[in-house]
Design a protein around this ligand. Structure first.
Ligand code: MIC
Length: 644
């Protein structure tokens, strides 16, 4: 039977299970990716496993998130990560070298391999035909130690691309169209495989943009064939030998289908405050813009930056508007400089920052009160910019540049009156400079791991009790993001290796009293709506609530990575069997889950829960392996007990 490309790559990596959608499978991981915000904890977890050297083909540690050094904390973490990477055979990309996803695409990605990254935007590597999956730090550290990665086998959704993008429309508009159609929860549990004649019209970096924001659809991963455009990109990086042709078999069928005619797409924009709140740019024209940010984890490649340079060439940024560039990598910036783009940016009045995530996770660049900010970033969840009540729009580099010139949201096609569409191509041969990467050492015996006071020991967590009595500490609605649960930003991110300290910020924006209430309750439960925990891969959104005593979450549904993280740290991920039962529970209620230990042990998928004297049924949809981890109080306890 003809197979999809996703099926072929998964089959080649399958270690346990069968490729039956929804059933747990274990796959071999070829590459791992850590960034610094998730990486300190993941590296500590790796160290705790006592393995002398990573056991994957290629492991990379990037320093791209916590770049502001307002005190010793981030600098301490950078020193720790550098020393640990050198000790364990991990490639280390230094601060300022770029965003993990962009650098991995440029320097390390290999078609047909599987990449596991402790960052939800890891699927950017779709641009190079990799199955790249975001996961919690613990799952990535286990992969570094040579363990397989467990996940529910995804369905494969085939999206046929036909036609060619019109001028002033680019990769960002394709993924915004997907978000308009499918919403932030529409693709949970699926890999999106793009195919069809339109694929060859998209460069590797446009494909990377589309892969990156597949995370916003809830997709497990996104995938493109490896074709001439893939080869062209690898050759331009001096890595042509890594290329191989990969495609679905002729006549392959998919679990679900969609089709996009690229030639009919228009410039699109995601309005505040969700990536799926998508409209045509033309519909919101005229909104006054205060800030424009181009770059960070998506739309920060050479093509994206150079497009902005060419549009701004000979123009001036509108007065009272701040226009910032966050290059995706040092390499992208060097190549833009090489082709004269920097002068255009500077003369237009743009500000150029170091390569990194920066404002995308609230590491600086927060907008002012009531200000409108247009960003080429992947996310605009409420408050994520660092400003409460923020008004953040997501758009393409073309739309960002148009707003920069006109000072208001403007359909970039109107720029056609000023100049021809630049239609920037990636260089045939990039300037390549790997001097900001520390490559693995052969002999690591002399490397000492450096830790500072910012790194505090990981807390002990208890095993699952026989019966759980707990208070509903918080009830929230649909689409709660991990940014709601565990905010990022300049104040909180430096606490990622200090669980007691970071836990004081849990649900900070939703309900500032949450930490105190949860601690006072002893055992706590959080009740949520659909797609609970969407967004980032940060395992701190599970560890910190667990530290505060949260033992179960009962929701109408979970996002994939967050659910796995909950199990990893011993929190029961329960789902209302009857969604209307959500209405029976209110904050402050006492809930009892009798004999929960026995039920988990016996493999029960339906768990009776007593709420105010009434019994409701919650579903526990976890694998055998996850049951053992839940019983132990989390994966670390499970691993410790099974190795002692
Ligand atoms: C994000 O974009 O939300 C982040 C910050 O990159 C996270 C990772 C983290 O919280 O450290 C992600 O996407 O997984």
């Amino acid at each position: 039977m003809p197979k999809s490309l996703a099926t072929k790559i998964l089959e080649a990596h399958l270690i346990e299970g069968e490729l039956v959608p929804g059933k747990e499978i274990a796959i071999k991981i070829d590459h791992t990716l850590l960034q610094d915000a998730t990486g300190t904890m993941a590296m500590l977890e790796f160290i705790a496993m006592g393995i002398p050297r990573v056991k994957v083909d290629l492991a990379a540690q990037y320093i791209d998130h916590n770049l502001l050094q307002t005190d010793y904390k981030n600098a301490d973490d950078h020193a720790f990560l550098t020393s640990a990477a050198m000790k364990f055979g991990v490639h280390l990309s230094k601060p300022g070298n770029g965003v993990s996803h962009q650098v991995h695409l440029e320097r390390f990605g290999v078609p047909g391999k599987i990449l596991l990254g402790a960052d939800s935007h890891t699927p950017t590597a779709a641009g190079l035909s990799m199955i790249a999956i975001g996961a919690g730090g613990l799952d990535v550290s286990l992969a570094m130690a040579g363990h397989p990665f467990y996940l529910p086998c995804p369905k494969v959704m085939g999206v046929k691309l036909v036609g060619k993008l019109p001028d002033w429309v680019s990769g960002k508009d394709v993924i915004l169209e997907m978000l308009r159609r499918h919403t932030v929860k529409g693709v949970v549990g699926k890999i999106i495989e793009y195919f069809g004649p339109g694929v060859t019209t998209l460069s590797a970096t446009d494909r990377a943009t589309i892969g990156n924001m597949g995370a916003e659809l809830g997709a497990t991963s996104s995938l493109f064939p490896s074709d001439e455009r893939t080869r062209e990109f690898l050759v331009s990086q001096g890595r042509g030998a890594a290329w191989q042709a990969l495609a679905a078999d002729e006549g392959a069928t998919y679990d679900e289908y969609d089709e996009i005619d690229l030639s009919t797409l228009e410039p699109l924009i995601a309005c505040p405050s969700s990536p799926d709140n998508v409209v045509r740019v033309a519909e919101v024209e005229g909104v006054k813009v205060d800030q424009v940010l181009v770059g960070s984890s998506v739309n920060s490649s050479f093509r994206d930056l150079m497009t902005v340079c060419r549009i701004l060439e000979g123009q001036r940024i509108a007065q009272q508007l701040a226009f910032h560039i966050n290059p995706g990598s040092r390499q992208a910036l060097e190549n833009v400089a090489d082709q004269g783009g920097i002068v255009s940016l500077l003369m237009a009045g743009a500000t150029i920052h170091q390569s990194g995530c920066l404002g995308c996770i609230g590491m600086g660049q927060a907008p002012g009160t009531n200000q409108v900010s247009l960003r080429t970033f992947p996310r605009n969840f409420p408050g994520r910019s660092g400003t409460k009540g923020d008004k953040v729009y997501l758009c393409s580099p073309e739309t960002a540049a148009a707003a920069g010139i006109f000072g208001v949201i403007t359909d970039p096609r109107k720029l056609g009156a000023i100049k021809a569409y630049p239609a920037v191509q990636n260089p045939a041969k990039y300037l390549v400079d790997d001097s900001s990467i520390i490559f693995p050492l052969e002999d690591t015996t002399k490397v000492e791991i450096v830790t500072g006071p910012n790194i505090v020991p990981f807390p002990e967590f208890e095993a699952l009790p026989d019966t759980l009595q707990a208070t509903v500490v918080l009830k929230v609605g649909d689409n709660i993001t991990t940014d709601h649960i565990m905010p990022a930003g300049n104040e909180v991110l430096p606490l990622r290796s200090n669980i007691p300290a970071i836990s004081e910020h849990v649900f900070q924006q939703v309900d500032a009293d949450f930490p105190a209430r949860a601690k006072a309750a002893g055992n706590g439960i959080v009740v949520g709506g659909e797609n609970y925990g969407q967004g980032s891969s940060r395992e701190h959104a599970a560890i910190a609530p667990r530290y505060l005593g949260i033992r179960a979450k009962i929701t109408k549904g979970f996002a994939r990575i967050h659910k796995a993280n909950l199990v990893n740290f011993g929190i029961l991920p329960l789902i209302f069997k009857t969604p209307a039962d959500y209405d029976l529970i209110k904050q402050g209620d006492t809930i009892s889950i009798p004999h929960i230990r026995r039920l988990v042990e016996e493999g029960a998928t339906e768990v009776p829960v007593s709420v105010n004297g009434k019994e409701i049924i919650a579903l526990l949809d976890v694998s055998e392996r996850q049951r053992r981890e839940l019983l132990a109080g989390g994966t670390l306890n499970f691993v410790k007990h099974n190795h002692s």
